[in-house]
Design a protein around this ligand. Structure first.
Ligand code: GGG
Length: 370
């Protein structure tokens, strides 16, 4: 039997609550599937650890993670620690150092979810966010700190290699879907980096003649996310643009409680990391009411990445059935059920699927291509 070693980093706020349900759902999947098993190792790296030790993760944290098959991450951030400290000492080094240069963020409106839009079109697109450079290059600094002439510099870095590898992945995802790629740019105002970004992508497009490519300024594209999201298939965006657009994408399909993500190292030289798009939500942490479906769906992406496609399909179908049935709903979806009840509902639906022998192989949960 195959064994997958998974590093768990539940993190802060609602992270541990949603990851607990994700682990339950993945454990149930493995038990029902009988073709593989998980070995979990949990790391308490978080803001509370930072307050005790002065570090978000130990000095050799990345070394500790290196040998795992994947990382399952909750959320980072707490009011007691500046966000740029918690993010830059935990999650962003993992993404950068493990060359997880793809951040894959599916946005799909599932049956039974109303969403905020009046038009009830089918919405199903995937954002490929460049994940290791761009606006998150971590290059910059402060000068004259505390003085009247104080200034800050934050440099974006776009490399041909970095753009090419992210774009190539996006083209491949488009080829596995509806062959349409929409690229976020801002070449009118960001007059060095973005014309370069556009040029590299346009040049690469000749290798993918079966994919239609449209480039839109990110502000215009933001309106399309709201006005005509049903026309989107695959969206390629730089690190910051992708981060902002995917929160908007999550909002139009029903909220951050339904937004999964995969930080992928396509070369598999380092582990990839799977996490809900949402943050630690300190306002609802500890209340047991966070929606665990984004975390569970991220687990589905992890199963796909591990090559367990039929197990991934069944777990995703279970999530869909729970939402379509509409009986169990956390407060973000207009209900009053808790995090654990939602996890239990998914596991019950999953168990019925396995009892029925219903195999939905080939199902597409998010577009992990390798
Ligand atoms: N579960 C996701 C999470 O905690 N995200 C915080 C974070 O990584 N923020 C920075 C970013 O993704 O741009």
């Amino acid at each position: 039997m195959k064994t997958y070693r998974i590093a768990l980093i539940p993190g802060d706020g609602i992270g541990p609550e949603v990851i607990a349900q994700g682990v339950r759902a993945l454990e149930a999947t493995a038990a029902l599937d009988r073709g593989f098993r998980f070995l979990w190792e949990s790391f308490s790296w978080s803001c509370s650890e930072y307050l005790h030790t002065g570090r978000m993760m130990p000095k050799d944290g990345l070394k500790q993670l290196r040998g795992f098959d994947a990382i399952y991450f909750g959320a980072v951030g707490a009011p007691s620690v500046p966000d740029h400290v918690s993010v830059w000492e935990l999650i962003l080094p993992i993404r950068q150092q493990f060359e997880q240069y793809i951040n894959l963020r599916p946005a799909r409106k599932l049956m039974g979810v109303q969403g905020p839009l009046v038009r009830q079109d089918a919405i199903d697109f995937v954002v490929v966010r460049e994940n290791t450079e761009g606006e998150y290059a971590n290059i910059g600094g402060l000068l004259h700190e505390g003085l009247p002439e104080e200034l800050a510099v934050q440099t974006s870095v776009f490399t041909k290699a970095g753009i090419t590898r992210a774009a190539r992945y996006a083209f491949e995802v488009a080829q596995s879907r509806h062959h349409r790629l929409t690229v976020a740019t801002k070449s009118n105002a960001m007059n060095y980096a973005m014309p370069f970004w556009d040029r590299v992508i346009r040049e690469l497009s000749s290798e993918y003649p079966d994919v239609t490519v449209d480039l839109y300024h990110v502000d215009a594209l933001a309106t399309y996310f709201v006005a005509r999201p049903h026309t989107l298939d695959v969206v390629l965006a730089s690190n910051l643009f992708g981060d902002i657009l995917t929160d908007l994408g999550a909002a139009v399909v029903g909220g951050l409680g339904l937004a999964p993500s995969a930080n992928i190292n396509p070369t598999r030289h380092f582990p990839s990391m799977f996490e809900p798009v949402h943050g630690s939500a300190p306002d609802i942490a500890g209340k047991g009411i966070a929606n665990p479906l984004a975390a569970i769906w991220s687990g589905v992406l992890m199963l796909e990445f591990l090559g367990e496609n039929s197990a991934a399909a069944r777990l995703m179908t279970a999530v869909e059935q729970v939402l379509a049935a509409g009986k169990t709903r956390t407060p973000d979806l207009g209900g009053s059920d808790g995090t654990e009840a939602m996890g239990t509902a998914v596991i019950q639906a999953l168990t019925s699927l396995y009892d029925e022998g219903d195999s939905k192989t080939g199902f597409y949960a998010g577009g992990v291509v390798s």
